[in-house]
Design a protein around this ligand. Structure first.
Ligand code: OAD
Length: 245
């Protein structure tokens, strides 16, 4: 297998998707038995779905909370922790995953682009998102202590914007990496390459002169835009991929 050399001149931006948590037992979204097979996106992952049936939405996210709380990080998560320890501020992890497993594994330089399953916010007032591990009983919709409005999961739903501060952090890192005079690498793992803006990062990195790698079990929608692709499970490939120099 090709090796990724991570030395003192390397800047590494990693993007992860649901595939990285699959070996921990967290279901992915698309494909056979994927979450979107049984739960249509528009019902449980859009502001319209929440407006129509908030109890269904809370049932879905409460189940996912319970599921994510019961599993553990896998060797793919651990490899990323080791890379971050080695590279320090020359490493950034952008994740589409909301299960919190990267932080539980020990990753610190993490941008959770699509939110966090263990945070809740008010759908009405400006109260800041807060930590919330509650698995709400089926049929209930929690309400805000401050304004009485409906609480909602702190997830970026379809049709909603990502936090501009998160995008800025990724762009700033890419700019610093690509102008560092060193080697700027982008590696995506376990993501189908269908959801933007995450799926477009590869193009920005190539335009900026960066090197691109993909580790995925199946071909991704944007596979052909990566220079290096490795087919396999992230929990098996990532721990062997890097040589820390
Ligand atoms: P998907 O479910 O679309 O894709 C998961 C990808 O991981 C697939 O391409 C699989 O082949 C691959 N895969 C599965 N197991 C793997 C393993 N063990 N190792 C490596 N790869 C593996 O998930 P995402 O790409 O993360 O958004 O989906 C992107 C976004 O769309 C999600 O964040 C979510 C979803 O709808 C929101 O909920 C806002």
């Amino acid at each position: 297998m090709e090796q990724l050399i991570l030395d003192s001149k390397t800047w590494l931006l990693v993007l992860t998707g649901a595939g990285v948590s699959a070996e921990s037992g967290v279901p992915t979204f698309r494909g056979m038995d994927g979450l979107w097979e049984n739960h249509p996106i528009e019902d449980v992952a859009s502001p319209q779905g929440f407006g129509k049936d908030p109890t269904l939405v809370w049932r879905f996210y409460s189940q996912r909370r319970a599921g994510a709380a019961a599993v553990h990080p896998n060797p793919g998560h651990d490899a990323l922790v080791a890379w971050e320890r080695h590279l320090g501020d020359r490493f950034l992890l952008a994740t589409q995953n909301v299960d919190g497993l990267h932080r539980r594994a020990g990753s610190n330089r993490v941008v959770e682009m699509h939110g966090n399953l263990f945070k809740t916010r008010c759908s009405m007032c400006k109260r800041a998102p807060f930590d919330d591990t509650t698995v709400y009983p089926v049929g209930t919709v929690p309400t805000c202590d401050a304004c009485g409005g409906r609480l909602r999961p702190h997830i970026v739903w379809f049709g909603e914007y990502l936090d501009p501060a998160d995008m800025q952090r990724i762009e700033d890192f890419a700019l610093r990496g690509s102008t560092s005079g060193g080697r700027f690498i982008f590696l995506a793992a376990g993501t189908s390459g269908l959801v933007y803006p995450a799926a477009g990062i590869v193009d920005h990195v190539r335009a900026a002169g960066g090197e691109t790698w993909l580790v995925n079990l199946d071909p991704a929608q944007n596979s052909n835009r990566f220079e290096n692709t490795i087919t396999g499970k992230s929990g098996e490939v990532l721990p062997k991929l890097a040589k820390l120099g």
